[in-house]
Design a protein around this ligand. Structure first.
Ligand code: HPA
Length: 271
């Protein structure tokens, strides 16, 4: 399955050899329109890639150049809450590693636990808390499953993102992302717990991909686009519609930052 997808992707890339991939969460899907010489490859063509059924998430790989750098953008991801399989992104990430991707930048929409980090904010993940009770490496038989996560979020990539935010005058928060399984939103009590536990944002994705990517030896960075203050913080009920409506606000900010990161050159791509 992996071999088939890998061969097909290599064929479709037609000599292009990106070393960096971006996973686009809600609000960032529009970034694929900024890819030059774009080749669009539907997940349906790639065995093992997820069939995402979440509205607001497409399902395609877009390869090309972003701000002059070869890149692979993944528009659409599998979420744990769709099927209870935390490893649903494993085949896709294995294919990326197989074609020579060494750096992975993940994006997502998230709720903020911090009243000072409102909707439209962008948060660079410094660390995460896996509160889902699951793990994508459960069942992995080799000793490689004992992945160290002390430095899960790559220092060089983080520095590049912080530098790009500064250079573009874009506000960038930093913090800890707490992974809840979803699909329901959290309760106010869970959000108070998250705050006490040291979380700054809460969401339903990204962490399993970070774990898998570290398992595969990729360098990882992740950014959240804040779509709402978390449950119980405003008195209003949360909804997926709000997530979709509000994501483009922070999404535009994050796009500005990421474009600059690619313009300036990613750490590994620098001579
Ligand atoms: N909780 C979990 N996931 C989310 C939220 C939230 O408040 N907002 C966007 N994704």
């Amino acid at each position: 399955m992996i071999e088939k997808a890998l061969d097909h992707l290599v064929e479709r890339l037609d000599g292009m050899a990106p070393t960096v991939a971006l996973v686009l969460g809600s609000g960032l899907g529009g970034l694929v329109d900024q890819v030059e010489d774009a080749r669009r490859i539907s997940y349906a063509e790639l065995p093992g890639f997820p069939r995402s059924g979440v509205s607001g998430h497409a399902g395609e790989v877009v390869a090309g150049h972003f701000a002059g750098t070869p890149v692979l953008m993944l528009s659409g991801r599998a979420h744990y809450y769709e099927h209870g399989n935390a490893a649903a992104m494993r085949p896709a990430l294995e294919v990326l590693a197989g074609i020579g991707i060494t750096q992975l930048i993940l994006t997502n929409a998230a709720g903020s636990v911090d009243p000072e980090m409102g909707p439209g904010s962008v948060m660079l993940l410094t660390d995460h808390i896996n509160f889902s009770g699951s793990n994508p490496l459960i069942g992995e038989p080799s000793d490689r499953r004992f992945v160290g996560l002390t430095e899960a979020y790559d220092a060089g990539l983080r520095k590049a993102i912080e530098k790009a935010a500064k250079a573009t005058g874009t506000d960038l928060h930093k913090g800890v992302y707490m992974w809840f399984s979803g699909p329901c939103f959290e309760t106010p009590a869970e959000i108070r717990m998250a705050r006490i536990m040291g979380a700054n944002a809460v969401g339903m994705s990204t962490v399993p991909e970070v774990i898998l990517a570290r398992f595969l030896g990729l360098r990882v960075a992740a950014c959240s686009v804040i779509t709402n203050l978390a449950a119980g913080m405003t008195g209003a009920e949360l909804s997926h519609q709000e997530t979709k409506d509000m994501a483009p606000l922070g999404g535009a900010r994050l796009a500005t930052i990421l474009k600059r990161v690619f313009q300036d050159g990613l750490p590994e791509n620098k001579v």
